[in-house]
Design a protein around this ligand. Structure first.
Ligand code: TRP
Length: 333
């Protein structure tokens, strides 16, 4: 039996952080054994809101690839490929734009949020507004049926499936499969400042390559319950970032449940739960940081991984492009 296919990826705008780890990298590590997995270094998508800083987009290709390998993505199991070197994705994107309306793109909740967050106002880059069609091209070009992503990406998968249905209906046969988003139970990891989203640009992220001191400072800076002034006071667990992080990273669920009960009751200090969280994050990040530093010593190996992966992806995506054109019955020369 052939394994189901996964396509997922990341914009190359900066090194990855704990939010990526909890949101999707962890799932990808599990899936590389059970699925045929492709990871896309999404540099052309990164350009949709970084057109004036192409150097940043370029330089972060290797940073993101390093992060993949450092967390344990195994290039023997997972194919890592570069979006800008897969022309079939661009061609499919143009085709797909005919199967989606501007109004539908503007209504996409992810796009709406991102337009607001970036302060585009009326000056939305056309490529940005249209990137859901390009992301549909990414997913379908690999015939992926599973897409492990953070919850903010769910509307993009929904829109992908709408495009798939329209194309299949225009073709009169199921040329493309629909895809399912796999979103972690824990929900989105907030920033260390408690803001809804961890992001490098928001300055509230813990990078996967963070130094011990930075990890320690980040945990110390976390707000807990502002009304939990003395150790003996009852404290609130909901909305308490330290507990949110323990929920995301502490594997000892029973101990976390116990700590929550004691915190609610009063008698458990913030410093105790912070110390526990810091230990967990230090031991999670330490091997990633070490492995990353080792891999950074061998750029030739890294390039080789990306080149080979992109070559494999090129054949695959080109085959789908041809099937879609033929399925739609365009003129044959
Ligand atoms: N939109 C994703 C992000 O913001 C990156 C991405 C590009 C992607 N193409 C994809 C994710 C296809 C899943 C599937 O990081």
């Amino acid at each position: 039996m052939t394994k189901p296919t996964i396509l997922t990826g990341d914009r190359t705008t900066g090194p990855l952080h704990l939010g990526h780890y909890a949101g999707s990298l962890r799932n990808r590590l599990l899936f590389q054994n059970s699925h045929e997995q492709f990871l896309l270094l999404a540099d052309t998508q990164a350009l949709t809101d970084n057109a004036d800083t192409p150097n940043k987009v370029r330089d972060n290709v290797l940073e993101v690839a390093l992060d993949y390998l450092a967390v344990g993505i195994d290039p023997e199991k997972t194919t890592i490929c570069l979006q800008s070197h897969l022309p079939a994705l661009a061609e499919l994107s143009m085709l797909y734009l005919n199967f989606v309306t501007v109004a539908r793109l503007e209504r996409n909740p992810t796009i709406k949020d991102e337009i607001r967050a970036r302060g585009f106002g009326r000056n939305i880059p056309a490529g940005f507004l249209c990137y859901p069609a390009a992301q549909a091209a990414d997913i379908t070009a690999f015939k992926a049926t599973v897409v492990p992503v953070g919850e903010d990406q769910a509307p993009l998968i929904e829109q992908t499936n709408e495009i798939v249905r329209r194309i299949n209906s225009a073709a009169g046969e199921p040329v493309l499969p629909e895809a399912k988003a796999v979103i972690p139970r824990s929900g989105r990891l907030p920033g260390v400042d408690g803001k809804a989203k961890m992001s490098k640009s928001g300055g509230n992220a813990i990078p996967l390559s963070a130094q011990p001191k930075a990890i320690s400072a980040a945990v110390k800076s976390m707000f807990t319950d502002p009304n939990h002034l003395r150790i003996e006071d009852p404290g609130q667990v909901e909305g308490n970032i330290v507990f949110t992080y323990l929920d995301a990273f502490d594997e000892d669920r029973i101990e976390v449940a116990d700590l929550k009960a004691r915190y609610r009751q009063g008698g458990l200090g913030d410093s105790t739960i912070k110390r526990r969280l810091e230990d967990i994050l230090q031991s999670l990040i330490e091997p990633i940081r070490t492995r990353r530093a080792e891999l950074a010593q061998d750029p030739a190996y890294l390039l080789d991984v990306i080149r080979k992966g992109t070559e494999k992806a090129r054949n695959r995506t080109e085959a789908t492009r041809r099937e879609v054109i033929e399925g739609l019955g365009l003129f044959k020369l």
